[in-house]
Design a protein around this ligand. Structure first.
Ligand SMILES: Nc1nc2c(ncn2[C@@H]2O[C@H](COP(=O)(O)OP(=O)(O)O)[C@@H](O)[C@H]2O)c(=O)[nH]1
Ligand SMILES: [Mg+2]
Length: 267
C-alpha cells in the first residue's frame, strides 16, 4: 500500500513529478530502481528519458501470450466488456477480413444483448445464444464470447465462469477492467480473474484518465498479458493493441517535456 512508499522530497524531480500528478506508487517504484541513484541528479530531460526507457524495458519483459481462436471477454459489470468485444469484431471484419462469430453466455446471470445484437447485424456477424449449431471455429472464423458481469464480491460467479470456459475449451480469457477505477479495485479484479485462469488484460476508459502512470505498476506486477487499450465509446475506433505506445504517450504531461527541453537550453 501507499503507506510503504517513501519519497525523497529533497530531490527536485520527485517534487516535480508529484506536482504533475504522477502516480505515487509508480514514483515509489522508480526510486527503488538501481539506476535511480545515477539518474536522479541529471537534467530533467534525461530523467524523463531514462524513466521512459526503464518502463519500456520492464514492459517488454512481461509475459506475452498469443491469442487463440476462442476469445472470452470477462470482468465486473459495466467495465466495457461488450464494447471491447464489438471493437474486436469490427477489427476482425474490416482489418483482418475474417468472419468471426459471437456466443452470448448467461450462466444464470442476465446478460441483455440489444446493443450487441444490433452491432452484429450491422457488421454481418452471427450472434449465438447457445453453443448448439455454432459453426466450426478456425483461424478464419474465430469465436468471441460475451459474458455477463461477474461480481467482485461473489467468487462463485468466477468459479462458474471457469467451468463454462473449461467445458468449451476457451484458452484466451481476457479480463476487462475500467482503467479509471482505483488501483485497489483493479487489483481485486485481477485477483478474482486468477480464479478463472485469465490470460490477458484489456483496459477501457483510458480516455478518462489524466495520465497512464497508475496503470504501470498494475501491468508490470501482474502476469496477465496486456492485450489492448480502449479510448472511448466508439465501437469502430478508439482501440489499440499497442499497449506500450499508449502507456508511454500518456505517462508525462506535455508541460514536463517542455520543461525538460528548457533545462537543456539553460546548460
Ligand atoms: N469513455 C469510455 N466509455 C466506455 C469505454 N468502453 C466502454 N464504455 C462505456 O461504458 C459503458 C458500459 O459498457 P459495456 O460494454 O456495456 O460494459 P459491460 O457491462 O462490461 O459489457 C457503456 O456506456 C460504454 O459505452 C471506453 O473505453 N471509454
Ligand atoms: Mg455486456
Amino acid at each position: 500500500g501507499l503507506s510503504d512508499v517513501s519519497f525523497d522530497e529533497s530531490n527536485d524531480k520527485v517534487r516535480l513529478l508529484r506536482k504533475a500528478g504522477f502516480d505515487l506508487n509508480l514514483l515509489g517504484e522508480i526510486q527503488s530502481w538501481s539506476s535511480w541513484q545515477e539518474m536522479k541528479d541529471k537534467p530533467l530531460a534525461d530523467v524523463l528519458k531514462e524513466i521512459t526507457v526503464g518502463l519500456s524495458d520492464r514492459f517488454r519483459s512481461t509475459k506475452l501470450t498469443p491469442t487463440t481462436d476462442k476469445i472470452a471477454l470477462i470482468g465486473a459489470p459495466g467495465v466495457g466488456k461488450t464494447t471491447t468485444l464489438c471493437k474486436f469484431l469490427a477489427h476482425e471484419v474490416f482489418m483482418n477480413k475474417k468472419i468471426p462469430f459471437v456466443l452470448k453466455v448467461e450462466n444464470g446471470i442476465p446478460n441483455p444483448d440489444d446493443a450487441l445484437r444490433i452491432f452484429c447485424e450491422v457488421i454481418g456477424v452471427t450472434l449465438f445464444r447457445e453453443p448448439e449449431g455454432m459453426p466450426q471455429v478456425s483461424e478464419e472464423s474465430p469465436l468471441y464470447l460475451d459474458f455477463p458481469g461477474l461480481s467482485l464480491s461473489n467468487l462463485q460467479d468466477w468459479v462458474e465462469a471457469k467451468q463454462t470456459l473449461d467445458a468449451m475449451q476457451v484458452d484466451t480469457r481476457v479480463l476487462v477492467v475500467n482503467g479509471a477505477y482505483e488501483r485497489d479495485i483493479l487489483l481485486r479484479s485481477i485477483r478474482s480473474a486468477k480464479h478463472l485462469g485469465a490470460t490477458h488484460l484489456a483496459i477501457t476508459h483510458f480516455d478518462e484518465l489524466s495520465n497512464s502512470t497508475k496503470l504501470w505498476p498494475v501491468l508490470l506486477q501482474e502476469d496477465l498479458s496486456p492485450l489492448c487499450i480502449c479510448n472511448g465509446q466508439n465501437v469502430t475506433g478508439d482501440f489499440s493493441t499497442n499497449v506500450l505506445n499508449q502507456l508511454i504517450s500518456r505517462t508525462f504531461p506535455e508541460e514536463l517535456y517542455a520543461r525538460g527541453f528548457s533545462t537543456y537550453k539553460n546548460v
